[in-house]
Ligand binder design. Structure first.
Ligand SMILES: [Zn+2]
Ligand SMILES: [Zn+2]
Length: 274
């Protein structure tokens, strides 16, 4: 894509963004996932076939955390819960994700996370809204809360990718967005890939409620980009529950499951750059 930010570096971000949007209409740009030339004037820099390639999770899954079942036997159980939910590991009431963490999805998440592709956040929010519309009782909420970033990470990146999804979702659902309800106290370690154990350890006690906020009986819809082990959503849900939340349900764009391999090799921000 032709970007004015390289030509005129001193411009204000909003103005630059407007120029970039104009440029994308005038100059044909490649899809940021597969690099095919985009022929339609869309604000989303991803081609229709890449968007259609995401694999929505509609199959049999754990009733609570949404972990897809590989075997039909587990799905046919009277209480279809995964091994973790049978042990009541998670503090949230319900979690669901839009699609599997496939290679195209990994690239889409990178665009959100490192390149602030806001229109893509809006597109994902529409998918999440469709999930809510299919089961309004299960996802009934009073507020939408994005999983927060630590302040140092927020400063470095300039935005929270979970909020790029949560903001348009809250708007579509007609619910207030409460970005500052939760605070991340400790940053995530810089290491790109964490083991399962490290994921649980690094988020334990990493989140807190902002002082002087009461959420007695409030139903919270937590939003994040990726469900990996569920440790982050669990840690946030624990804090919200302790503060009196009536219910905590969670939605993420993508879901990692151990049987979908390999995904870790694709998590490289440079790959999505042009
Ligand atoms: Zn494409
Ligand atoms: Zn489960």
């Amino acid at each position: 894509m032709v970007s004015f930010r390289h030509i005129v570096p001193g411009l204000r971000p909003a103005f630059r963004e407007a120029l970039d949007a104009l440029a994308s209409l005038v100059f044909p740009a490649p899809c940021r996932i597969c690099e095919a030339t985009l022929i339609t004037a869309s604000r989303i820099p991803v081609c229709p076939s890449c968007l259609a390639s995401f694999q929505p999770l509609r199959g049999a899954a754990c009733k609570k955390c949404g972990r897809p079942f590989v075997s039909d036997v587990a799905a046919a159980a009277p209480q279809p819960l995964c091994h973790l939910c049978r042990r009541d590991v998670y503090n949230f009431d319900l979690a669901r994700s839009f699609a599997a963490y496939t290679d195209a999805m990994v690239r889409a998440i990178v665009l959100l996370k490192y390149h602030a592709v806001t229109p893509l956040g809006g597109w994902f929010a529409t998918r999440l809204e469709e999930m809510v519309a299919r089961d309004p009782d299960a996802f009934a909420a009073d507020v939408v809360v994005p999983v927060p970033l630590h302040v140092s990470r927020l400063r470095e990146r300039g935005y929270n990718q979970a909020e790029l999804i949560a903001r348009p979702l809250a708007k579509r659902l007609g619910l207030p967005l409460r970005s500052y309800l939760l605070v991340r106290m400790r940053p995530r370690p810089d290491k790109l890939k964490l083991t399962r154990k490290e994921r649980w350890r690094t988020v334990r006690g990493a989140y807190a409620m902002r002082e002087d906020t009461s959420i007695d009986k409030v139903r919270v819809l937590l939003v994040d980009d990726v469900f990996t082990t569920g440790a982050t959503l669990d840690a946030c849900a624990r804090v919200l529950r302790e503060a009196g939340a009536g219910r905590v349900v969670a939605l993420t764009v993508a879901r990692v499951a151990p049987e979908w391999l390999p995904v870790s090799t694709a998590v490289n921000p440079k790959r999505a750059r042009q």
